[in-house]
Structures are given as structure tokens and as C-alpha cells.
Ligand binder design. Structure first.
Ligand code: C2O
Ligand code: CU
Ligand code: CU
Length: 428
């Protein structure tokens, strides 16, 4: 048997001073000193060993969003790394796991705050044999930043806690409105690393091709797209071919109505980056990218209902965000599943707002969605770890877990996760 390759790196989380606004200081929380944090790039089959050093004033963890790794290595809230201490994470990435992932904190109660202060970073797993390997790549990790007028990071207000936080500065790789120059064909990996902002992305009418989702390549490219919705935590790989559509364009977040509550401004489009498209070498995309195995017949079913309720505590109204009527309890198992067994899950959103469902440790397949009695089969086979559910919608997925232990599942609007829209799956 061949020796697995060992990839070793140190990651330090620490407060870091930046000058985001000229002449003013912003203290972010950063992995290895930058926002987003340093890219980890490994190959399928690699064993990864990360020595993590927590120089923050709060407990934290590193969660490896989307990766198929054992729960005890996955930065669960039950496994905090205390301030001033360090911890090593170690896991091996299986064949077939090539894809676009990320890492971020997942401590009990502080996930939203630590992510909005800057802790998030890309993680790429490369395939042994990548059918698109001759196409130049570009990474676009999109986040947002909410600053006070003195350029300090703003606290969450009541609206942020209700609708999820959206910062006034939408950033690409930590930069505000950068210029992107595309010559010929490029493969873009895009991350929605915001807490709550839905990115309904377009290139202002230019066409692009979708080739990958959260867990890597699709079976076949989906060509001639003009918009692509990425809910918080979702990723995509697209091919942009500038040849034939040269000129100046923008990467735009088009308006998307996600049912925000209260008095909120109408959604408007935002230019995230200036994109200049230049003719160059055009590289064809093969008609078949890979084979995605079917998860087979489901042996069990589970139902999860997302809902919201009002609570009155200490004379104050506040929102509750619930799964099956319950608020998160770290010491309660909510669902029990058998290892290696495919299940059919029905995720129903009974609230008035969109919620992106996410589960740790595995990639699932969307079977169909149902809205107002109309069932729509998934348009293509894809590996996903995050899927949006609109108000009134039911999303059916096939899912299998291949490690024993405890898994978190939650809404990836991080303020909702903190406020209870999270549950625990025990795999045994
Ligand atoms: Cu990126 Cu539990 O999440
Ligand atoms: Cu995750
Ligand atoms: Cu939510």
C-alpha cells in the first residue's frame, strides 16, 4: 500500500490590526493574520495535520465545513479550544472528496461573532485527475464587514439578530470592490462566507457555466447561466469565458427577497467587483466531468421543520429559531442514524424567511423540492452540504454518514444558529 502524503500547517487565531478605512484602525480576528485566513490546499488521499493556536479571548474551535472527516476532528461546540491553548486536528481526505470547502469557528454561542470579526478561510481539496486542470483558476471568497463610523467592527443590533447580519462592505478575498481581469477562460471557485447575505450573482448578463457545487464537480456542466444564487455557506465552481463577451462588466449581487422581517430597506443590486473581460485562449469544457454515485434506496426517513416564534423574556420580545419546535441543547441528541445507511430527509421551512440548512461531515444529494404542492426534481446530480429552504418549501435530500459520533445540523445564517436553530445527529 502506498504511503499517504502528510500535509502539516499551523493556524493561529488572534486579534490583528488592519487599516480597512484609510487612516483608521480596525481590529479584526484573523487566522494567520489575514481576512480571509490562509488558504489550505491539499490533495485527495492526504493526511492533514493542523496545529491550532487560540490567541483569542474566547473559546473557539476550527470546523472544517463540508469535509468528510470524523466528528471528533470537526471542531464541534462540545470540543472547545480554550483561550491561550492549542489543539491539533488530524484527518485523512478520501478519494472523491476533491472540492471547495472552508474552515471557520464553531464554539458554543460565539460562532456568529467570531466569523463576523473575520475568522473564515478557504480550503481546497484537489483531485488526482481533474478534467478541468488545464483551465486557470481564481478564488473568490465573498464575505461582508459591518463597521461603525470609527471603523471598529459593529456589534449585532436587533435587526441583525432577527434577519442575520449583513455588513455594508461586501468583500472579495478581503478587498472592497476589487478589479478582476479575465483573459480567455477561467475557472472560478466562489464561496459565500457571509453570515447571512444571499448572493444572487450575475456578471451583468454575461454567460457562464456551472461546473461544481459544495462537494466538487457536477457530472455535466450546466451551460449558459446568467445568475447563480449562493445562500450563506454555499460554494460553486463556474467557468467564465471572456472570449466573445469582451468588455467591462461587474460581478453583481442581484436583488433577492429572502423574506426579512421588520422595517428593512428594499433589496437592491450591489456591485461586488469590476470585471474586465479580455479575449484570450478559449478552453473547451468537456461534456462529462465525473460520475456521481447514487446514494441508493433510503432505509429510513427523517423530518425536520424550521420555524420561528416570538418569546417574551424579562419584558423583552425576542425571536426564537427552532428545529422541530425545539431550541438547541448541546446535551440532547435530536436524531439517531445508522452509520453507512442512506436516509431520506424532509426539511420543511414553516417560517416566513429563507433558511440555509447545513449538516456536518458529509455531502448529500438533493432529490426534489416542493412548494405549494408542486414538486420539482433536482435539475442535476450534485454533492451539497448546504441547501436553501424558502418559506413554505420542503426540500428532500438523500444523506448518509460514514463516521460514528455526533454531528451538528443547523441554519447557516449564523445568528439563527446561535439563537437555537441547530440540532444534533448521533450516528452509530
Ligand atoms: Cu459552516 Cu456548522 O458550519
Ligand atoms: Cu459545517
Ligand atoms: Cu435561519
Amino acid at each position: 500500500s502506498k504511503q499517504p502524503n502528510l500535509f502539516k500547517a499551523d493556524v493561529t487565531a488572534a486579534p490583528t490590526e488592519t487599516e480597512f478605512v484609510a487612516g483608521k484602525k480596525t481590529t479584526v480576528w484573523a487566522y494567520n493574520g489575514s481576512v480571509p485566513g490562509s488558504l489550505i490546499e491539499v490533495n485527495e488521499g492526504d493526511t492533514v495535520e493542523i496545529r491550532f493556536i487560540n490567541k483569542l479571548s474566547q473559546p473557539t474551535t476550527i470546523h472544517w465545513h463540508g469535509l468528510p472527516i470524523p466528528p471528533e476532528q470537526d471542531g464541534n461546540p462540545m470540543d472547545p479550544v480554550l483561550p491561550g491553548t492549542e489543539h491539533s486536528y488530524r484527518f485523512t481526505l478520501p478519494e472523491g472528496s476533491a472540492g471547495t470547502y472552508w474552515y471557520h469557528p464553531h464554539p458554543h454561542e460565539y460562532t456568529a461573532e467570531q466569523v463576523y470579526k473575520g475568522l473564515a478561510a478557504p480550503f481546497i481539496v484537489r483531485a488526482k485527475d481533474d478534467p478541468l486542470k488545464n483551465i486557470p483558476e481564481r478564488n473568490l471568497m465573498i464575505s461582508d464587514l459591518k463597521l461603525n463610523s470609527d471603523a471598529t467592527i459593529a456589534n449585532n443590533d436587533g435587526n441583525d439578530w432577527m434577519n442575520g447580519r449583513e455588513g455594508q462592505f461586501v468583500l472579495v478575498n478581503g478587498q472592497y470592490q476589487p478589479v478582476v481581469e479575465v483573459k480567455g477562460t477561467e475557472r472560478w471557485r466562489i464561496w459565500n462566507a457571509t453570515s447571512a447575505r444571499y448572493l444572487n450573482l450575475s456578471l451583468g448578463g454575461r454567460k457562464f457555466t456551472l461546473v461544481g457545487t459544495d462537494g466538487g464537480l457536477l457530472e455535466k456542466p450546466v451551460r449558459d447561466l446568467q445568475v447563480l444564487l449562493l445562500a450563506p455557506a454555499e460554494r460553486a465552481e463556474i467557468i467564465v469565458d471572456a472570449t466573445g463577451q469582451e468588455g467591462n462588466a461587474s460581478l453583481v449581487a442581484e436583488p433577492y427577497n429572502r423574506g426579512k422581517m421588520g422595517h428593512v430597506a428594499a433589496e437592491k443590486s450591489i456591485n461586488i467587483a469590476a470585471v474586465s473581460l479580455l479575449a484570450g485562449q478559449s478552453i473547451a469544457i468537456p461534456d462529462t466531468l465525473r460520475k456521481i454515485d447514487d446514494l441508493g434506496e433510503a432505509k429510513a426517513t427523517k423530518k425536520m421543520v424550521f420555524s420561528e416564534a416570538m418569546s417574551m423574556a424579562n419584558g423583552q420580545h425576542s425571536m426564537l429559531f427552532l428545529i422541530n419546535g425545539k431550541s438547541f441543547d448541546m446535551h440532547r441528541v435530536d436524531f439517531t442514524s445508522r452509520i453507512h445507511e442512506t436516509e431520506l430527509w424532509e426539511i420543511t421551512n414553516k417560517s416566513d424567511m429563507d433558511h440555509p440548512f447545513h449538516i456536518h461531515g458529509t455531502q448529500f444529494q438533493v432529490v426534489e423540492t416542493e412548494l405549494n404542492g408542486i414538486r420539482t426534481p433536482a435539475p442535476y446530480k450534485a454533492w451539497k452540504d448546504t441547501v436553501n429552504a424558502r418559506p413554505g418549501e420542503t426540500v428532500r435530500i438523500k444523506i448518509r454518514q460514514d463516521f460514528p459520533g455526533l454531528r451538528m445540523l443547523h441554519c447557516h445564517i449564523l445568528e439563527h444558529e446561535v439563537q437555537g436553530m441547530m440540532a444534533i445527529q448521533l450516528v452509530e
